[in-house]
Every structure is written in C-alpha cells, then in structure tokens.
Ligand binder design. Structure first.
Ligand code: GLN
Length: 212
C-alpha cells in the first residue's frame, strides 16, 4: 500500500483540528505543528484560518516564521493562513491580502465558486474573509467573488480566503494533496512547479524566466 502523505497543520491558533480531520478523511496523516522541528519529515503544511495577528505573533515567538522560510514543501493557507503568507507578513507569496475585505458588517457568507467549469461549483464559507488585493505574474487566480480573487495558486503555494475545512466538500484539500504528490515525484518540486507556470512567451527568449 502507498505510504500515507504526512501533512503538517500549524496548530498555534484557529481551525487546525478541522483541517486535521479532513486530512485524515482523505487518508493522509495529520501532524500538529507548534515547533520548528515538527516541520521535519512532513510532505506539506496547512496554515489554518483564525486570527492572523495572533497566528503571526505566535509563529514569531516559537521561531516558526524563520523555519517556514526554509521549508520547501507545498503550503496551503486558508483565510488567516493566507494573510500570513502574503508580502506584508511571511513574504512567501508574491501577493498582498486585504484583511476583513468584504466588510466587517458582512461577518460571514457563503458563495458557490466555479473552480473547474466541468464540475459542480464548490460551496465556500467566508468568515470575516480577506481577498487578494494585488498579485504578481506567477499567481494563478483559480476563483473570484465579485471580481476579487479568493482562491489562488503560486507554484507550491495554495491560498483560499474561505474555509474548506468547514464543509463536507473535500475537493480543495484534494487539490492541495495533489500538489504535494506532484512535488514528491519531481526532483525539485518548487522550482519545477514554478517553471511549469511561466507561460512560454517569445519575450522570455532562451532563458527560463523564473523569478527569484
Ligand atoms: N479576519 C481574520 C484575520 O484577519 C481572518 C478570519 C478567518 O481566518 N476566518 O485574521
């Protein structure tokens, strides 16, 4: 039998238990991560939703911010987890996220997202949700609400403004696990994933235009 994927879930604050439950449902091993050494030997990491200021502060306190800069495997950030990955926080993603972007009065809502045109839409739960305000050229927008990006991929990073761990639909987690599997079968996952996403344009010339 195939060895189960070992996926870390940052467990300092927020919805980490719900993410761990979805991962187990999908046959992966879920590892709660509170210390840098717990990143060793995991195939991917989820940063859950919660309160981004608390998560960022606790990550700094435990040295997880530095450790994550060295971590090369796929990372999935949801809601507050998407915020901490942006340019103004950990800086792992080439995008800027606006917190509470849908307005504080709209504390939460649900929306159907068309992710691939052939399949059923994904019912997404938004709770004081952010959106992506600005994104670099390597960020692929996978879904929007009212013209604002709420699901995106950038190489080994996947980010969602909503809470896929709060519904029974496991497709977004499956998308992430597929990214992890892709990474495990390639020599240098992050680099290859990035290259694969650079559109072949004549302007790129002979060189491979991978941004550092
Ligand atoms: N508004 C929260 C923040 O800024 C995120 C909300 C969430 O994760 N559900 O951290």
């Amino acid at each position: 039998m195939e060895k189960p994927l070992r996926i870390g879930v940052l467990a300092v604050q927020g919805n980490f238990r719900e993410h761990a439950a979805v991962l187990r449902r999908l046959g992966a091993e879920a590892v709660e991560v509170r210390l840098p050494e717990q990143l060793d030997g995991i195939d991917g990491l989820i940063l859950p939703g919660g309160e981004s200021t608390a998560i960022a502060r606790l990550m700094r306190l435990y040295g997880l911010d530095e450790a994550l800069r060295e971590f090369a495997a796929p990372v999935f950030g949801t809601c507050a987890g998407m915020i901490v990955l942006d340019r103004e926080h950990l800086g792992l993603g080439d995008f800027t996220v606006r917190r509470n972007a849908f307005g504080r009065q709209v504390a939460s809502f649900e929306a159907d997202l068309d992710i691939d045109s052939s399949g059923e839409p994904v019912r997404a739960v938004f709770i004081r949700a952010p959106w992506i305000e600005d994104a670099g050229p390597d960020v692929e927008i996978l879904a929007e609400v009212d013209g604002h990006p709420v699901l995106a991929r950038e190489g080994r990073l996947l980010v969602a403004a909503f809470h896929p761990e709060l519904t029974d639909d496991t497709r977004i987690h499956e998308l992430f696990l597929n990214m992890v599997r892709e990474g495990l079968t390639s020599v240098d996952s992050a680099e290859l994933a990035k290259r694969a996403e650079v559109p072949a344009s004549p302007a790129a010339g002979a060189g491979i235009s991978v941004r550092a």
